[in-house]
Each structure stands twice: as structure tokens, then as C-alpha cells.
Design a protein around this ligand. Structure first.
Ligand code: ZN
Length: 139
């Protein structure tokens, strides 16, 4: 299970719309508990690929964000990226890159008027869906 607030999701959707027609991406920072993962901050990053088909968060950016998360006592729980024209399902490229079982991989589809967000976890080289809880208010 991974939980994030409506406000955080909205923040990413605004970023994703601003990045159109390219895919947008961000890292999810927060805490892992026995109940699941709790997102405390969505750290927006640049899509170094600048295309509408895939995304890359450069390793040096990831390192910087990991260090920032540590100063807060958090860790990187996963990432989130947008699919400008396709459903919220992992692409072949997404599956290839989603290899860390501890991480959550969230995808927001902008194909329809109302954005659709789904969470996945790497299961071998296939992804399985993970429970995503959108919490109404900030806690
Ligand atoms: Zn994708």
C-alpha cells in the first residue's frame, strides 16, 4: 500500500500538464511503515529524455534527492510519471526499468479529461498493481 494526499497528486497533475506534450516525472519521498508507504513530499524533477514516450531522472539528480530526503529522516519510496496519451499502465520500457521491489511506481494518465493514477510494484520483470490510497487532507 502507498498513500498520498489529494493535494500531492494535484500538484503532480499540474506539473504533468505543464510538461505536455512530454512525459513528466517526480520522486516520492516519505516513510515506510508496517502499514505501508506514506508520501510526505512529491519532489518534481525534469524529464531528461524530453519525450512523450519515456522518462529519465538522471542519477546525479536522484542522489541529490536521496540526500535531501535523508536530512528529513525520509527515504525515496518510488517515483511517479505521466502518460500524456496512453492509459495508466506500465509500458515495456517502464517494466524494464521497474526492477526494485521496495519501490512503488506510480503512473498518471492524462489521456482522459480526469487524470487516472495507478501504482505498481516490480514483480520480477512484470509489474503488479499496488494498492494506492488517496487521502483527502494533509496529515
Ligand atoms: Zn511510462
Amino acid at each position: 500500500m502507498i498513500a498520498m494526499t489529494e493535494k500531492q497528486l494535484h500538484q503532480f497533475v499540474l506539473h504533468a500538464r505543464a510538461c505536455l506534450p512530454e512525459e513528466a516525472c517526480a520522486l516520492l519521498l516519505g516513510e515506510q511503515t508496517e502499514e505501508g508507504k506514506f508520501v510526505w513530499e512529491v519532489f518534481l524533477t525534469e524529464n531528461a529524455d524530453h519525450t512523450n514516450e519515456h522518462f529519465t531522472i538522471p542519477p546525479q539528480v536522484q542522489l541529490k534527492v536521496i540526500k535531501y530526503a535523508r536530512t528529513k529522516g525520509w527515504s525515496v519510496l518510488g517515483n511517479i510519471h505521466s502518460h500524456p496519451e496512453t492509459p495508466a499502465r506500465p509500458s515495456e520500457e517502464d517494466k524494464r526499468l521497474a526492477v526494485d521491489r521496495r519501490m512503488s511506481y506510480l503512473i498518471v494518465s492524462l489521456a482522459d479529461k480526469t487524470p487516472v493514477c495507478k501504482a505498481f510494484r516490480a514483480a520480477e520483470y512484470n509489474s503488479e498493481q499496488e494498492e494506492l490510497r488517496i487521502v483527502k487532507e494533509d496529515t
